[in-house]
Design a binder for this molecule. Sequence first.
Ligand SMILES: Nc1c(NC[C@H](O)[C@H](O)[C@H](O)CO)[nH]c(=O)[nH]c1=O
Ligand SMILES: CC(=O)[C@@H](O)COP(=O)(O)O
Length: 250
Amino acid sequence: MACLQSNVSVLAGSSGRRTQLIAGRQAVTGPVVCNLQQRQQLSPTAVVHGAAPISAFASLVPRRQTGSRCLLLAAIRTTSTRSACVARAVYHGSVMAEPGTKYAVVVAKFNSLITKGLLEGAMETFESHGVSKESVDVAWVPGSFELPVVAKSMAKSGKYAAVVCIGAIIRGATTHYDAVVSAATSGVLGASTDTGVPVIFGVLTTDDLEQALDRTGGKVGNKGGEAALTAIETATLLSKLSSEGKAASW
Ligand SMILES: Nc1c(NC[C@H](O)[C@H](O)[C@H](O)CO)[nH]c(=O)[nH]c1=O
Ligand SMILES: CC(=O)[C@@H](O)COP(=O)(O)O
């Protein structure tokens, strides 16, 4: 998780090309990006919104603020995911599953040309990240609308570290697409938050078959494999937190 420091005031000399961000009393330098709001002492002269490398700020200061100091109110987000965050404890999941853990996959038969490919991607990823085929249960449902009820049931069994939902919802001629997408999305989310077991949304929602094929081992990768990896990372994170009494056991 990126470490966000806010309410940082940055004082920069008008002549200096180097700008040192003063976060509290600790100087923060190096690879940071800033959401900058640059103000003159009396009124804003230039407002730079959006992420900008700190060098962009330096180029702003001499041109606009020659001879005067520039007060920067900035919320600074480090680009590192691990190093700069000062916290009591930081937790990350693992990309390798804990030995012996079981996973479930609930897959829709509708558009099975696609969902079979997504399932293959998921199984390959499980295999290469410490989950043997023998440790994965696969349940086939008619369509994506039916994913949540089966996924929630399997999650509630307590037998699985995580449940992956796989489907392919492809827009047709009516608004039925929207209904199925909405139901599957909220249903899968609810299965996760209602049970405390990670239920992963590996459901394609596309405008046409080509987009779906691109995400089933095509030029955009295999979303089934990505969902399996997400399952492992989320499950191992929860396991670590639980082992330290920092995650509720449901
Ligand atoms: N059109 C798609 C469906 N439709 C079927 C529904 O999921 C559901 O099975 C039916 O409404 C009965 O409850 N399902 C998909 O997975 N993908 C689609 O494109
Ligand atoms: C996602 C769907 O439900 C959709 O494929 C059904 O097609 P149609 O809207 O033409 O009935």
